[in-house]
Design a protein around this ligand. Structure first.
Ligand SMILES: C[S@@+](CC[C@H](N)C(=O)[O-])C[C@H]1O[C@@H](n2cnc3c(N)ncnc32)[C@H](O)[C@@H]1O
Length: 212
């Protein structure tokens, strides 16, 4: 998954503030409870998101793709008083695991999990979004982006995960639906006059996007 060499990734992780025990416990439990622990946002990206949230001081954070709650809890830790995270998850089992981890965290009062297709959840939301983290089915990445940009508050921003897709986005021999969808999103964002963006080479590539 990471685009950087393993030893660089390990060094960066070793020199990043460690996770609190309750978050580490959730990550370890995910490895036992699921067969897809590689999907977990994890230490480096989690700390990165927490830092961005702390800097932006959003009232409302929206996450697309909860899995077992790691990023939702990381972002909740950076929120100002009164801030909240709405996190969207389609899979009932993932949602149940996330609910249990969130309940065991210090931030259960800041996080609301909405179960169902994220596009429907986003369509039902009327309040301005201050920060969004997109990390669900890649085929819908462009749809999530187009749904979120008009909802952004004046200083609102979006982070999109896996935009380098382990380097597959630049391999011309790869043309599966997920890779093509990520390429389409990257092109759209880069040429969208409404926004400014930067791809951070954190883990699998994380684009930060803000309104102009
Ligand atoms: C890469 S994982 C998310 C990782 C998560 N952000 C974390 O902190 O570990 C992607 C998640 O998106 C969910 N998902 C896939 N399609 C979805 C959809 N249409 N709506 C909502 N969630 C979806 C999957 O079930 C999975 O739990």
């Amino acid at each position: 998954m990471p685009v950087l060499p393993e030893e660089i990734e390990s060094y960066a992780s070793a020199h990043t503030t460690p996770e609190p025990s309750w978050l580490l416990a959730a990550a370890r439990a995910t490895a036992v409870e699921t067969s897809s622990a590689q999907m977990l946002t994890g230490h480096l990206a989690g700390r990165f998101l927490e830092f961005v949230v702390w800097a932006l001081q959003p009232r409302l954070v929206v996450e697309v793709g909860t899995f077992t709650g790691y990023a939702a809890m990381s972002m909740a830790a950076g929120l100002p008083d009164g801030g909240r995270v709405i996190t969207c998850e389609l899979d009932a089992r993932h949602a149940a695991l996330a609910r249990a981890h969130i309940a065991a965290s210090p931030y259960s009062d800041r996080i609301e999990l909405r179960e169902g297709p994220a596009l429907e959840t986003l369509a039902s939301m009327t309040q301005p979004v201050d920060f969004a983290f997109v990390d669900a089915d890649k085929e819908n990445y462009l749809n999530y982006y187009e749904a979120l940009v008009p909802k952004l508050s004046e200083r609102g921003a979006i982070a999109v995960d896996n935009v380098l897709w382990s380097g597959r986005v630049l391999d011309p021999t790869v043309s599966d639906a997920a890779t093509e969808a990520i390429r389409a999103l990257n092109e759209r964002v880069r040429h969208d006059d409404r926004v400014t963006c930067v791809i951070a080479t954190v883990r699998d590539g994380l684009t930060l996007i803000r309104r102009r």
